[in-house]
Design a protein around this ligand. Structure first.
Ligand SMILES: Nc1ncnc2c1ncn2[C@@H]1O[C@H](COP(=O)(O)OP(=O)(O)OP(=O)(O)O)[C@@H](O)[C@H]1O
Ligand SMILES: [Mg+2]
Length: 258
């Protein structure tokens, strides 16, 4: 029994326990296992972004606890939290937050350079650039290294943001409507890249309004007024085609009042 419990703890990447934030989040509890991709859905203003910020330690919850593996994030100092974010978490936001005075390559390198400073230069600039190039190849933005952020499309910029978010090999990737500012085809490309990363083992917690995107996740949490009101386990569904999965999700969302 104890052994089983040990395995369960080891498998968990994220654990959220009774998280509250003022009147916005009420007693949120859930956990994520290694390699899971979980979608948070819910009406506008239900607290989805607030939940991500409070889990990642960018905002301070009123009460409750959050663990990233064995580390209790909610017990850390601000410095320890930024260090943890730099090394163990990746972020992709709707507003892409790239630096306009740097080209695409240097934007992608930023977290790696920062981590290098903190770690007192473990890697050379050439090594960092090599890993950036490898990621850019994977996300199909290799040709854009020298461009400024105004010289690329929205989809390309978001894919570059994904490169930046994973350059330090995070244990979990948080994404807040990563496809929200994109047209349909660019959104599809970005989503495919996130799915590819997830299939390679990246644990992803993502806010999305798109039921098609959510239907590709292993689980959906539905948030209303800061509380989890529903949970759909998609990996347990014996559903064949993508279309059937999507239909299942849409029916469930309607039941949730979507
Ligand atoms: N810094 C803040 N101070 C006070 N209230 C806030 C703050 N940020 C958000 N809120 C409020 O908290 C509630 C939840 O906001 P949040 O941005 O988390 O919603 P959301 O579910 O992400 O919405 P959307 O789908 O529109 O992005 C809203 O009522 C919002 O007005
Ligand atoms: Mg939001």
């Amino acid at each position: 029994m104890l052994f089983r419990k040990g395995i369960d703890i080891m498998e968990k990447v994220l654990k959220v326990e009774n998280l509250c934030k003022n009147q916005i989040l009420n007693n949120i509890s859930f956990s994520m296992k290694l390699g899971e991709m979980v979608a948070i859905m819910g009406p506008s203003g239900s607290g989805k972004s607030t939940l991500l910020y409070n889990i990642a330690g960018m905002d301070r919850p009123s009460s409750g606890k959050v663990w990233l593996k064995e580390k209790e994030i909610t017990a850390l100092s601000e410095d320890e939290k930024s260090n943890l974010r730099l090394h163990k978490m990746g972020f992709v936001f709707q507003q892409m937050n790239m630096m306009s005075n740097l080209n695409i390559m240097d934007n992608i390198l930023l977290p790696a350079v920062q981590a290098n400073k903190v770690n007192k230069k473990k890697k050379s600039k050439a090594e960092l650039e090599d890993s950036a190039r490898e990621l850019m190849k994977k996300l199909s933005v290799s040709d854009l290294q020298e461009r400024s952020i105004t010289q690329v499309s929205g989809g390309q910029l978001q894919r570059a943001c994904i490169c930046r978010s994973i350059i330090n090999h995070p244990e979990i990737l948080f994404a807040d409507e990563p496809t929200g500012a994109l047209n349909k085809s660019a959104a599809g490309e970005v989503m495919n890249e996130l799915l590819k990363l997830n299939r390679e083992g990246m644990t992803i917690l993502m806010v999305t309004h798109d039921s098609k995107v959510a239907s590709k996740c292993s689980r959906i949490l539905y948030l209303v007024d800061g509380s989890i009101c529903g949970e759909l386990f998609l990996d347990r569904l014996e559903i064949g085609t993508e279309k059937q999965r999507e239909e299942k999700v849409n029916t469930w969302l309607m039941e949730m009042g979507w």
